[in-house]
Ligand binder design. Structure first.
Ligand code: MG
Length: 404
């Protein structure tokens, strides 16, 4: 194992945390503020960036009084100002540049990246480029730019900590022995809402049914990704970049109870697992208060109550999972293409333009038919390939499914 960055220094661990939260109005952003409410000592919110939910961002701003706010669209700035008390006048920025700016503020030492999808890469890159401790909930940043983020973190001394329950579990288990002893990572997956169903039963499922996750409460995009198991595929790529371990040494299995969050195997064939009731707040608190973590009110785990922990292989019908794995094996460009095709397909499914089973069909088509350029691992090249494959996917969906 060759971890992507150095881990946060003892001086960061002792310092007051001055934090920027990118994506504060989404599911992970709201959970992060919950964690901070429970442990406000030594934690100061310097900046909040929220996308579209301006009224919630205004509420959060009034509660935490950050000096900076950022919104996606410039047109939302006056609305946001109107919702704030006249005496409170934070700097309000907008767009990708605004997000990147609040991720790089000198007074900030910790950045939580919780934006949805590939658009989170700007903010993550800016935080890593500025040498911050980065609590990373935006797995797409690693899927698109794992190599770039590794090089950048090595140059700037930034630390990257996962805010994804599986990767947080792996990091915790890895800390038990020297990196050279680690031989395998095994990620667990709940199996999502459609576990055990035949393909024919999934032809007409609605977006509403697909976002009903059995064990985790999450945002819409990641809930659909869990239903298709693309989420696990992206997490395999995330683990590959984060832990610097060969794809052939990373496995995943279905564990419907979501109690074991992942395993690490060592050279002597012993495994360590991390267990708790499912709560994203635990993974957030482990990153923000690394390496100690904090109690977030999750009750003590009772295995007597759970009774049985079960495991199953991932069926080949979950094509999205296998498409993501194959993409990583194929080239450094292919995961970018698979990710953007998936984002567009999921968006179209949520808008009712395509069916649930069209999602893997669309990704497969794009992978097979788009002519994919060889790119260098620069932010510019990565973002431009992302853009091109989005357009390609949109056009294909429009043509094939007669929409728009
Ligand atoms: Mg996860």
């Amino acid at each position: 194992m060759n971890y992507i960055s150095s881990l946060p220094s003892p001086s960061w661990q002792e310092q007051p945390k001055m934090i920027s939260i990118l994506g504060s109005t989404g599911s992970i952003g709201r959970s992060t503020l919950n964690v901070i409410r429970k442990h406000p000592q030594s934690m100061q919110v310097i900046a909040l960036a929220g996308g579209n939910n301006i009224s919630l961002l205004a509420e959060q701003a009034q509660e935490f009084s950050p000096s900076y706010l950022a919104v996606k669209e410039e047109k939302d700035i006056p609305t946001l100002r109107d919702l704030l008390p006249p005496k409170y006048t934070p700097t309000i920025l907008h767009g990708e540049e605004g997000y990147a700016h609040i991720a790089s503020l000198t007074e900030v030492n910790t950045v939580l990246c919780a934006q949805v999808g590939a658009s989170g890469l700007h903010g993550t890159y800016s935080a890593v480029d500025s040498g911050k401790v980065v609590a990373l909930a935006n797995k797409e940043s690693l899927v698109l730019a794992g190599e770039l983020l590794r090089k950048t973190a090595q140059r700037t001394g930034a630390s990257i900590l996962p805010v994804d329950s599986e990767h947080s579990a792996i990091l915790q288990a890895c800390n038990a022995r020297p990196p050279a002893c680690i031989s395998k990572l095994i990620l667990t997956a709940s199996g999502g809402p459609f576990k055990g169903k035949q393909l024919s039963e999934l032809a007409h499922v609605t977006a509403q049914e697909a976002i009903q996750h059995p064990t985790w409460k999450m945002g819409k995009k990641i809930s659909i990704d869990s239903a298709t198991m693309m989420n696990k595929g992206l997490e395999i790529i995330e683990a590959y970049h984060l832990f610097g371990i060969e794809l052939s040494h990373i496995e995943a299995l279905i564990h419907p109870q979501s109690i074991i969050h992942s395993f690490v195997e060592f050279e002597d064939a012993t495994q360590l697992a991390q267990l708790s009731y499912p709560s994203m707040e635990l993974a957030i608190a482990y990153a923000l208060y690394y390496p100690i973590g904090r109690s977030v009110g999750v009750p003590s785990l009772s295995l007597l109550e759970i009774q049985s922990l079960t495991f199953e292989p991932i069926p080949s019908t979950y094509r999205c999972y296998y498409l993501a794995r194959e993409a990583l094996q194929h080239s450094k460009e292919m995961p970018i293409v698979v990710n953007s095709a998936n984002e567009i397909a999921v968006e179209s499914f949520l808008e009712g333009k395509i069916t649930f089973l069209d999602i893997p069909d669309i990704i497969e088509y794009v992978v097979e038919h788009m002519s994919i350029p060889v790119i260098s691992s620069t932010l510019e090249d990565i973002l431009s390939l992302d853009k091109v494959s989005r357009l390609y996917t949109q056009e294909y969906i429009h043509k094939k499914y007669k929409t728009r």
